[in-house]
Design a protein around this ligand. Structure first.
Ligand code: ATP
Ligand code: MG
Ligand code: MG
Length: 374
């Protein structure tokens, strides 16, 4: 009758809690928000700030293992918890994934390509970095960014001073990174899970479509040649092994096409040491969802199959030219369109029950599973 503690109370925590309940575990949500989405489906809920150490002490006594649903959480409280009980993934991983310079340096140290980058800590260092990286490039806050917040594309007509001010003020940090702008053909991601017994599995590679820097749609499997799927798996497995992952981790990728040779190359954009929006389709699309896989990882259970529900591998899926599965996010007021999905054949609707449908806020999603016939 173990209890899984989850730091964070959003839709990811909600879906982890649902998966945990299915396997007979209780969950305990810990977050500062009022009436968080995950609290509706969790056994226990503590409303407290992440750096409220006395609340953390109590929490640690009430749960058997801890995980978290977002990578921008303060590291210190997570490290504090590791002195009391097991926390997965290890906060060292969190540290690397929170810091874009550390993250890209780590990935390059594994001989995995990323965009060229330079660390930035002042307007002077930005001017120097622009000399090396050139235009177009992207200036991003080094930490705390998400959904494209705290980043700006630079081209030769840009006022560097203004760009620097915008990026540092938007997320209130003083360190940034300048990245070469990648002319990708598409964006993809792959989720890797690694258990306590050091076995790992990768979910199928998927294509992601963004709107205003927010994920709009995921297409599974990615309609790319088989060797690209294989490359992605190698990249994700290498990262999971070298970082000592226990849990699930998403690898965001740029897919670059070399038109001369008509071949594809993958570059890593960033990592997320948690379930990922691009993995929501696995709830109905795969034998084991990314959320159940995380529960299995942190509870020391064997990992589940990542085959499609049709019990075929993505290799077969591609070979048979089956229609892909499509996951679409319901953002902001779009959530009002959910009724249509209830009467759409093959559509699986998820509503997160968040109060305020602010612009661009992830309010729900639906996954369309195509019918068997082509
Ligand atoms: P997330 O919500 O995924 O955490 P984020 O704010 O951390 O987003 P990134 O994923 O780094 O930011 O960038 C957001 C999007 O901006 C990417 O998905 C991609 O579309 C675009 N982008 C980021 N970096 C580059 C780059 N170097 N070259 C081209 N496009 C980029
Ligand atoms: Mg990010
Ligand atoms: Mg991203």
């Amino acid at each position: 009758n173990s209890v899984i503690g989850i730091l964070g109370g959003g839709q990811l925590a909600r879906m982890i809690a649902i998966a945990a309940a299915q396997l007979g575990y209780k969950t305990h949500i810990f977050c500062p928000e009022n009436d968080p989405s995950a609290s509706h489906v969790s056994t226990f809920y503590t409303k407290a700030n992440y750096n409220n150490y006395s609340a953390l002490d109590t929490f640690a006594k009430q749960v058997n293992v801890v995980t978290y649903e977002f990578e921008n959480i303060m590291v210190e409280p997570v490290e504090y918890l590791t002195k009391k009980l097991a926390v997965f993934p290890d906060p060292k991983i969190l540290k690397t994934c929170q810091d874009r310079v550390m993250e890209k340096s780590f990935i390059q140290s594994l001989d995995i390509p990323t965009a060229k980058f330079e660390p930035i800590d002042s307007i002077e260092s930005l001017r120097e970095a622009v000399q090396k990286i050139g235009y177009p490039s992207i200036l991003k806050s080094n930490t705390m960014g998400y959904d494209g917040k705290g980043q700006i594309k630079l081209s030769d007509d840009i006022d560097l001073e203004k760009a620097w001010k915008k990026v540092t003020s938007e997320v209130n940090v003083s360190q940034a990174i300048l990245e070469q702008y990648i002319e990708f053909e598409s964006e993809a991601s792959i989720i890797v899970a690694r258990g306590l017994d050091n076995t790992e599995v990768c979910f199928p590679l998927v294509t992601n479509k963004h709107r205003n820097h927010i994920l709009r749609q995921t297409i599974a499997p990615a309609q790319l040649p088989e060797y690209v799927h294989k490359d992605a798996k190698e990249i994700a497995t290498k990262i999971a092994k070298s970082i000592g992952l226990v849990g699930v981790l998403a690898v965001e990728l740029f897919v670059v096409r070399d038109t001369a040779t008509d071949t594809y190359k993958l570059l890593v954009n960033e990592l997320a040491p948690r379930p990922h929006n691009s993995g929501h389709w696995t709830i109905e699309g795969c034998v084991t969802s990314q959320f159940e896989q995380l529960v299995r990882c942190v509870c020391g259970l064997p990992l589940g199959s990542v085959d499609f529900m049709r019990s075929i591998s993505e290799k077969e899926y591609l070979k048979q030219n089956l229609q892909p599965i499509v996951m679409t996010n319901l953002l902001g007021n779009e959530v009002d369109q959910w009724e249509k999905q209830l009467s759409t054949k093959g559509s699986h609707l998820h509503i997160y029950a968040k109060g305020d449908a602010r612009d661009g806020r992830k309010m729900g999603h639906f996954t369309l599973i195509p019918s068997e016939d082509k």
